[in-house]
Design a protein around this ligand. Structure first.
Ligand code: FES
Length: 134
């Protein structure tokens, strides 16, 4: 039987997490197998509609990774994202989507190990949940 390979959309901040992904990818290419990265200039640019649209288009899980609090290049874009994330976590179950299919975390450009760990954990979680029910 073929193993379920989840599709995970990752919104990555250009200034930190995208770099972290880049270096993690260079070190161990296999971790990015399930991830479709979308580079954004700041996590604050990740409109909640993007998240809902990604789920509508069959993403099994969504990651939003940005600069650590206090390090956002646009002052507080990541804090705005945190507020939206909290709202999305309340909304998703109303749409029949488990909230653990959406993860927000902070990854700097030097944290390729952390990036890899988040990806592995997300892939494992989504494998256990199975495909997004449609
Ligand atoms: Fe990275 Fe805002 S610039 S989260």
């Amino acid at each position: 039987m073929k193993r379920f390979e989840p599709i995970i959309i990752a919104f990555l901040c250009n200034w930190c997490s995208y770099e972290g992904a880049d270096s993690a990818g260079r070190a161990r290419k296999d971790i990015l197998h399930n991830v479709k990265p979308i580079r954004v200039m700041c996590t604050g640019r990740t409109d909640p509609q993007f998240v809902l649209e990604a789920f509508r288009n069959r993403a099994d899980g969504i990651l939003i990774l940005g600069c650590h609090p206090g390090s956002c290049h646009y002052k507080d874009g990541n804090i705005q994202t945190l507020k939206r994330y909290i709202l999305l976590q309340k909304l998703l179950p109303q749409l029949g989507i488990r909230k653990d299919r959406l993860v927000l975390d902070w990854v700097s450009s030097g944290e390729s190990e952390k990036f890899a760990a988040i990806i592995r954990e997300m892939v494992e979680t989504i494998r256990e949940l199975g495909p997004l029910p449609g």
